[in-house]
Design a binder for this molecule. Sequence first.
Ligand code: URA
Length: 441
Amino acid sequence: MNIVDIILDKRYGRELSEDQIDFFVRGVTDRIIPDYQISALLMAIVLNGMTDRETTALTLKMAASGQVNDLSFVEGVAVDKHSTGGVGDKVTPIVMPLCATFGVQSVKLSGRGLGFTGGTVDKFESIEGFNINVAAGDFPDLIKNTGMVISGQTPDLAPADKILYALRDVTGTVDSIPLIASSIMSKKIAGGAEAIVLDVTCGSGAFMKDKERATELARTMINIGNLAGRKTVALITDMDQPLGRTCGNTLEMMEVFDTLRGKGSDDVVETVCNIAAKMITLAGKNEGMDHEALVEECKKRLSDNSALSKYYELILSQGGHVMDTGIPVYKEMPFEELRITAEEDGYISGIKADTIGHASVLLGAGRLQKTDEIDYGAGLCFYVKVGDKVRKGDVICSLCRGENRKVEDDKIFDIMELVQSAYSYSKEKPEPRKAVIDIIE
Ligand code: URA
């Protein structure tokens, strides 16, 4: 077998055999196949696609390219969640303690932010003392004590995906359903999950720009999950405007805290409770409730402090500091630098999430390169959402930087203009947006 024949087969639209896919993934992991041949095959996959059989084989081979976690210490079903990424996505730090109130135990392996989507690891790291690099050997004790552990992904989790993802990023081959699906599902399977809830984001701030593509990605991942023996459910959620009231690390963790005190925004509460309800059901802990009843019960547990108590357990068990007042201690507080005002009278008809995400990175909240340092205090606060009525001059949004700001003063006005360009206005009230667009079982 040789790689040139495999590239030619895919270039002419032929289905690759399991042996060919195995040969490719081994050659990638062992660094035997040079980057130019890997990239050629990736481009052929982007152009000609893959059948479900090929996509599943690619996923399973990538999952097996490194360490596969054994989560047998988890009591009941080990259920995991994954978001395909977005702006202002603070779902995981709320969902974990919420699920824990139902006795669902979760081992969450998360990534750092790169590009305009934020990373859960960076968000937790904005809390002073919080250890996000937990050794796998410590997972069982943490699970026994609190039912939850969150840790950064180790390099030996699906290493083939790491090599492929880095190449896709620089060869214009990220946007491909079989490649995205196999990349995500290989890490979930290697992470040891028995059941998986996928949050497939859809809109300007997501990989999938419309509902049709998001549904296709969701169906592909569900198919892989089921063929791999994992119960898998997907929610299509709105990412056509930023989720919630903030984006940026400390700002989002402050919003997490508010949501756990029953003061969350409607879109965050709706998204979190629907995802949690599916995780609880897959774990068999729904106590006889159907989906709608479970969503209502989740909302109740966000307002009666039960999820907040579990959140404290999670923070303290991983070394995070909490003040006597109950408020977590953040590494860098956000300071408001500039307010942005509405340019017209009317209704907000759009807030481009990708533009806001880019502005947030430029403010210092995210990374353009893996090695960039971030300003935990940087980010944006949103005072209006799509559908809200405004008058010219109303404050619609503010830009924040931390004490150790990484962005020079003269850049902040360019960022302000960029943020202004994300907003659009209409005279007519736009249709209300649904936070959860669809649920696919
Ligand atoms: N997230 C991943 O892990 N992989 C992709 O390809 C896209 C999003």
